[in-house]
Design a binder for this molecule. Sequence first.
Ligand SMILES: *Cc1c(COP(=O)(O)O)cnc(C)c1O
Length: 363
Amino acid sequence: MSRYQARAHIDLDAIAHNFNLAQQLAPSSRVMAIVKADAYGHGAVEVARRLKDAAAFGVARISEAVKLREAGIAAPICLLEGVMDREELNLASIYDFQLVVHSPEQLDLLKRQAARRAIWLKIDTGMGRLGVRPESAETLINDLGAQRLLGLMTHLGNASRPGDAMTQRQLNSIRTLAASLKGAAPESAVLSIANSAALLDGQGLDAGWIRPGVMLYGATPMDDLVPRRDLQPAMTFRAPVIAVRNIRQGESVGYGGIWTADRNTRVAVIAAGYADGYPRETAPGTPVLINGERRGLIGRVSMDMICVELHDADVVRVTDQAVLWGAGLPIEEIAQSAATIAYTLMCGVAPRVPREYRSRAVG
Ligand SMILES: *Cc1c(COP(=O)(O)O)cnc(C)c1O
């Protein structure tokens, strides 16, 4: 593997630490660790192998679930969007996946097959995306046939904003529903509510299940994007310096010449660009760590490179490693500079970037 390209170091111990933190926030809940989108770019198989205490794993696509099972992950795997047709349902039966049912059509699909599946009924309590309305839940539960109900799932739309009124309305809605259904189906008292934002804000901690995603990878989902020191960043995105240039006063750097030297300036060229997942929208001045020092991005982000302004006294050599985000440089800060959120940076690290794993755990 070439040393002269961008790489993502993945600290599996940090992910285990963050998992334990989620569990401590809701000590009596079981944890469905969310590993969709290849564990937010961290590698779902490696993450799932490390998280031996997860009671289940949650993914978005059936291909993601199959990949985990084929890699030997024996824990329950839940398809958070359920299945869309008979072919997917057959696969779900073969591999023994839990299914979310979010529409009457999905329930009909299940009922046309003999196989008995473990399902979560998804309730739309106000986010307006997937789920059946609370008032339809009882009819659907009475109509489950052979399907085994695991509980009720709902997703919070505004939990990243502490004190938001919608979160309270959603929590009230699912709890009221659960209480009203308890007689008909005791399983409907088992609730799965909290994502990372809810957990970090202390909402929905009393439910039977929690569903942390982004916090497992060490980033905060909160709107203020203030990094939390009790979360350990799992991904450090690095790339080497491939040239150090002397740019003369008045000369410009990069596409469009949007940066011009106002004095003679040394510039480091780093081998990471938007084709590696460093967003093109990242603002000039965004910090990059070179030999542990913060230096500012200049000019436009190219496909394979970025340029960084050095200080006169900096001793920087070709092959020195720069940190684009991660250890020592919070991903939330870079996300803010690129007008986005940590999720898209993690998920956006390109397939051409090798992941290198670190774990002190044995086995
Ligand atoms: C992605 C997802 C989660 C995890 O969300 P985070 O904000 O990453 O914690 C939880 N539940 C569902 C249904 C999801 O799709």
